[in-house]
Design a protein around this ligand. Structure first.
Ligand SMILES: *Cc1c(COP(=O)(O)O)cnc(C)c1O
Length: 232
């Protein structure tokens, strides 16, 4: 698994350099290793290189891998979540990145209440609207925040976005800027359960630009584990 160590070293060096450029401590960046489609044996091997956080985009994959992962890690659900599947992951994941409706937040609240947990979530925004990706538009955000502010077992910890894939990641920079602006706008609010701590943006192709624009969670899969094989 030497290639994983080399890949990780490079990603961490890139994170460090990007942080240096904006005078930020790279310890403040959470690197989520995206393990989707990656065999649990490989994931377990990779954990010896100080991976603390892993991200999966499918509920079934979290369920399947949960007991197979041998070290304590934080679990991030980064993909679209259907309401009828909340019950399968509510006791397993530490942060849900992809909340984009009141009905989903309500279901999370209900299921979290059932196990006496306060579930940390991010609200997923869709800034570019170029591709049909999941996420709310900016103008729908305040209403959702207001609704969630009344929920006892959900805590908003920040925002997430997924930029479209551009060959040149500079093309995504305005999206990350807009996210950061929105993040700042929401930072001063009076709700106890709305805390703007995390800005989750940037994937293998664009995490450097995302960090330069203020991301403090980046979600990197290919850049750590190599190209995914979806045929299996
Ligand atoms: C797959 C995925 C990633 C990681 O993508 P890479 O390009 O492999 O780094 C990040 N975020 C989400 C939501 C994903 O589904």
């Amino acid at each position: 698994m030497e290639y994983i160590k080399e890949n990780l070293d490079l990603v961490r060096e890139n994170i460090k350099k990007a942080c240096d450029r904006i005078n930020k401590d790279s310890d403040d960046i959470v690197l989520v290793a995206v393990t989707k489609t990656i065999d649990e044996m490989i994931v377990n091997e990779s954990l010896k290189y100080d991976i603390t956080d892993i991200g999966e985009n499918k509920v079934q994959e979290v369920q399947r891998k949960y007991d197979l992962i041998e070290k304590p890690v934080k679990w991030h659900l980064i993909g679209h979540l259907q309401r009828n599947k909340v019950k399968y992951i509510i006791d397993k994941v530490d942060l849900i990145h992809s909340v984009d409706s009141e009905r989903l937040a309500e279901e999370i609240n209900k299921k979290a209440m059932g196990i006496n947990k306060v579930m940390d979530i991010l609200i997923q925004l869709n800034i570019s609207k170029e591709e049909t990706k999941f996420g709310l538009e900016r103008k729908e955000l305040d209403e959702l925040i207001l609704a969630i502010s009344k929920m006892s077992n959900v805590r908003v910890r920040g925002l997430m976005t997924m930029a479209p894939y551009y060959e040149n990641p500079e093309e995504a920079r305005w999206i990350f800027k807009k996210m950061k602006e929105t993040f700042e706008e929401l930072s001063n609010n009076d709700y106890n359960n709305i805390q703007m701590d995390y800005l989750s943006m940037g994937m293998t192709n664009d995490y450097i630009v995302a960090i330069e624009e203020g991301a403090n969670i980046v979600r990197v899969g290919t850049g750590i584990y190599g190209a995914r094989d979806y045929s299996k």
